[in-house]
Design a binder for this molecule. Structure first.
Ligand code: B12
Ligand code: SF4
Ligand code: SF4
Length: 308
């Protein structure tokens, strides 16, 4: 784990973790992901869907002389929402990290300002492959499910990063490391409903990950090879985290944030969202970290299991 600079201690006192590396590593982070794509280890479809500037990072125009990158981890629970449908109430889950991204960034920026006290530095949000950054900075470890883990919160945390003009005396850059138990454990490989986590290769097949499929807009139907029993969240998937021994202590961290009436559930199952009603539903969905774009497909898939 990272050496404890004063601002890092301040974040820890407030329940978050952080580490810092030299801004010179930004290009390296992007280069590593691009190299995997060039080797054919990231499917073109996944790469192109998520590429954007995070895999070819540039120092921000507003801070061209950034000296460091600060990466932070904020604990997050699963979000639960209740849907009333045909006289029953069903609870469906949205995994950690779908919600509150803006609030998380604001909170970390505020904690950084407090942590540095009178030394006033600038913090500009960095678009980077943040798991790789977190692991190479010593903040987190990779699980074989390719999600990152931090002490106390397991994989239930959101990562965010900022470029800064803070010239850190420490550059926590190191090699990638996996969780100690991953060597022998096969729990996530067995639990993955789509075969995305493979024996013999650490890097997952992201194009097979259920999350990749159910984050797409609803007109993209699920491929035939996805079993109807695979679906387990309103968006995303919790199977490989639920079985992980490092998530044992956080597995019951839920927040109940919304309840949808019979009428609202029927509306979400109809699709073709427009007008004032769509706008107000979008606002309600935002509270649980979801958007209208994934309806009706994902809700249909979950409710279909209840009918069986
Ligand atoms: C694209 C993306 C996806 C894609 C592709 C995921 C993937 N694994 O590539 C899809 C849609 C599938 C996805 C799914 C999910 N995602 Co996502 N996703 C991203 C995004 C935008 C970029 C990730 C990326 O860089 N992928 C490229 C691949 C190649 O990088 P990588 O997974 O880190 O791969 C490394 C390992 O394979 C490792 N490795 C390879 N071999 C070996 C060998 C050893 C020994 C070791 C130690 C390591 C190692 O090296 C690779 C990098 O070089 C980030 C946000 C961001 N800005 O970074 C969020 C992000 C990674 N996602 C996140 C989350 C939470 C998820 C889900 C868990 C959501 C869910 N519950 O449904 C799932 C998990 C799927 C999974 N098992 O990985 C969080 C992760 C938080 C955390 N705790 O780690 C992020 C950081 C968003 C956020 N800000 O919180 N995601
Ligand atoms: S379930 Fe086992 S193999 Fe998978 S990430 Fe957790 S410890 Fe590693
Ligand atoms: S999120 Fe689900 S589909 Fe994706 S790797 Fe984990 S268990 Fe497999």
């Amino acid at each position: 784990m990272s050496t404890k600079l004063k601002f890092i201690q301040h974040l820890e006192k407030n329940g978050c973790y952080a580490s810092v590396v030299s801004a010179e590593h930004a290009a390296e982070l992007g280069g590593e992901i691009r190299a995997l794509h060039e080797e054919g280890r990231i499917d073109d479809a996944v790469y192109n869907d998520y590429e954007m500037q995070r895999f070819t990072p540039n120092l921000p125009r507003s801070l061209p002389k950034a000296k460091s990158i600060i990466v932070a981890s904020v604990p997050q629970p699963m979000i639960r929402a209740t849907f009333r449908w045909k006289g029953h109430a069903y609870q469906f889950v949205v995994p950690p990290t779908y919600q509150d991204n803006v609030e998380v960034d604001r909170r970390i920026k505020a904690l950084l300002r407090e942590g540095f006290g009178p030394e006033s530095y600038r913090f500009v949000r960095a678009t980077l492959p943040v798991k790789l950054l977190a692991v190479r900075s010593g903040l987190a470890l990779y699980g074989k499910n390719n999600i990152t883990y931090v002490p106390s919160h397991g994989s239930f945390h959101r990562l965010t990063a900022f470029y800064s003009d803070y010239d850190s005396p420490i550059d926590n850059w190191g090699e990638k490391k996996a969780l100690p138990l991953c060597d022998k454990c096969k729990a996530c490989t067995k639990a993955c409903p789509t075969g995305a986590i493979m024996g013999g290769r650490f890097q997952i097949r992201a194009d097979r990950c259920l999350t990749y499929l159910n984050e797409k807009t609803s007109e993209h139907r699920f491929p035939k090879w996805v079993d109807a029993s695979a679906h387990n969240c309103l968006v995303g998937c919790m199977r490989c985290q639920r079985v992980c021994p490092y998530d044992r202590d956080v597995a019951d961290r839920y927040q109940d944030r919304a309840a949808f009436t019979e009428e609202e559930t029927t509306y979400l199952l109809k699709g073709n969202f427009r007008g004032v009603k769509a706008a107000s539903m979008e606002r309600k969905l935002k509270r649980i970290g979801a958007t209208l774009t994934i309806f009706p497909r994902n809700l249909e898939a979950l409710l279909a299991q209840k009918r069986q």
